[in-house]
Design a protein around this ligand. Structure first.
Ligand code: SF4
Length: 252
């Protein structure tokens, strides 16, 4: 399983011919010694836009990948160094940042993604600081909601508060679109966002609440449960849904 999705296993040779006329293919890599060689053999043969989400590759590996891949995700997942060291002890926070900066040089600004999981223990203020740093580095953050699954180490943790998620979607949008500076955001005594200093209903586009990251990525039901309001809408949202979201975000 990856998040809530139980994936089927297919032989690459059986599906490669189907991958030429898709809007996008996303390859989420496991971390094992031969991963780059396996990945490179695959991406060379896929003739549609390809995203890769993986551990930080070396600079030479990233250069080679960039010939066949237009978007690369190097995921921090955690909003603070402390959380990163707790949940990803086999990686190095500083090296992730070094490789993300290098990846932006190689793939271009806006073509490097970092998946960020809301709900691992960060405050909204901490999340905003890292979102802003990623955006100023040229990286597009892609928000995910913590999805506690039975049988995993995080099964006892709650899914993130929807109001928090909405405010962070707004923060991401407003910072990315240069509508505000980080310093314009106000917080309450619990470091929750209380104001963006602007009228969000006139500034935040509905797309802010749709799945964000690479073009044509929608990840339907990746974090979502049927029957519950989605964290990330995998499709256009209606006006009434938009108004409900703005109300739920509860910012001045
Ligand atoms: S944003 Fe979507 S397409 Fe891009 S790497 Fe992440 S999951 Fe894949």
């Amino acid at each position: 399983m990856l998040s809530r999705i139980r994936w089927n296993i297919w032989d690459f040779e059986d599906i490669v011919d189907l991958l030429h006329d898709q809007n996008r293919v996303c390859i989420q890599c496991l971390n094992y010694p031969e991963v780059f060689e396996d990945l490179y053999e695959m991406v060379k043969r896929i003739k549609c836009p390809v995203s890769v989400s993986a551990q930080p590759f070396t600079i030479d590996e990233m250069r080679a990948l960039s010939e066949h891949v237009d978007r690369l995700s190097i995921s921090l997942d955690c909003f603070t160094k402390e959380l990163f060291e707790k949940y990803k002890p086999f990686y190095n926070w500083d090296l992730h940042w070094v490789r993300m900066r290098k990846a932006v040089e190689i793939f271009g600004e806006g073509n490097v993604i970092s998946h960020m999981i809301v709900g691992l223990g960060e405050t909204e203020r901490e999340a905003v600081v890292t979102l802003d740093e990623l955006i100023r580095t040229g990286v597009r953050p892609s928000l995910f909601a913590l999805t506690p699954l039975k049988g995993t180490a995080l099964e006892g943790m709650p899914a993130p508060d929807l109001g928090t998620y909405r405010r962070l979607q707004m923060a991401r949008y407003l910072l990315l679109e240069r509508c505000i500076d980080k310093e314009d955001i106000r917080y309450d005594e619990d470091d929750m966002i209380s104001s963006f200093g602007i009228d969000v209903s006139k500034t935040v586009d509905p797309e802010a609440f749709m799945t964000q990251g690479c073009p044509n990525c929608n990840r339907p039901f990746f974090n979502e449960k049927p029957g519950r309001t989605p964290y990330n809408f995998p499709c256009d949202i209606s006006e009434s849904e938009y108004m409900a979201i703005i109300k739920h975000a509860n910012v001045d």
